[in-house]
Design a protein around this ligand. Structure first.
Ligand code: TMP
Length: 244
């Protein structure tokens, strides 16, 4: 349920700082405030920079796309937009898995399997990565998830079903805005009453290609020094906002 600005609890202690976000406690033990930074990193933090307005744009794009997936029946951690570049969210225990869904060959899938970038996949491919910076977030399988005790088989079934539901909803929604959803990464969290989609859905964590030109409108512009990074993020927001 959307909260009015007046009901947004003030920031408490800093709970966690990652490469792109800072998570703060609030006066409500069940809620956190997530601040989106302008900092950008790639290649396990070996490439660093800042992208103007990224925090503001990613907070807005994420909130918007979380609402789209909620409308498709996938519960998320989003409670409200809490400020210029901040979201109010349910406090969850993040499962240390990066769940990647792919519709088109790009990035590490092209490199790992020797496939031609741009090939449209007949079925979406779901991949699991172990969220461990010191190991370089390795690709893992269901047996590894069990071995590491990251999630139960039932949780993993639910996570994969939610990830595919997110893909179906976002693909259609973005196609209507002339964006091809090439691939994206999701993270999930546990609460007392089940799993929620958490983290963010933004040009930092998705590949969006313009349908007309095939140009990337996402963090690949930063990773590959293509220029026009801030404009690309702003263009994604413009296309979402225009039809909100
Ligand atoms: P990849 O092709 O590099 O494996 O990336 C797949 C998708 O996951 C792409 O949309 C970008 C996203 N991603 C992240 O959000 N964080 C990461 O650390 C990496 C490597 C990829």
């Amino acid at each position: 349920m959307e909260r009015r600005q007046a009901e947004i609890p003030p920031r408490g202690e800093r709970l966690y700082e990652g490469k792109a976000k800072v998570v703060y406690a609030t006066s409500d033990p069940g809620l956190v405030r997530i601040y989106f930074k302008d900092d950008a990193t790639a290649f396990d933090g070996r490439k660093r920079g800042t992208i103007g307005n990224k925090g503001r744009l990613n907070a807005r794009i994420s909130a918007h796309l979380f609402r789209v997936v909620e409308a498709a029946g996938v519960p998320t951690h989003l409670v409200a937009v809490a400020g210029e570049q901040e979201l109010l969210a349910r406090r969850v225990e993040i499962i240390p898995l990066e769940v990647v869904v792919r519709n088109v060959v790009a990035g590490s899938l092209a490199r790992r399997l020797g496939l031609e970038p741009g090939r449209v996949l007949e079925e979406p491919v779901v991949e699991l990565y172990y969220k461990r910076d010191d190991l370089g977030d390795p690709l893992i399988n269901r047996a590894h998830v069990r071995l590491l005790g990251l999630a139960t088989p039932e949780e993993l079934d639910r996570i994969e079903a939610m990830a595919l539901a997110v893909n179906r909803a976002l693909r259609v929604y973005l196609a209507q805005r002339d964006l091809i959803l090439v691939d994206f990464k999701l993270e999930f969290g546990r609460t007392g009453d089940g799993l929620l989609l958490a983290d963010e859905i933004s040009p930092d964590t998705c590949r969006f290609w313009d349908r007309e030109t095939g140009e990337p409108l996402d963090k690949d512009r930063f990773r590959r020094d293509l220029g026009g990074v801030e404009d690309a993020y702003a263009e994604v927001w413009r296309r979402l906002e225009a039809t909100a």
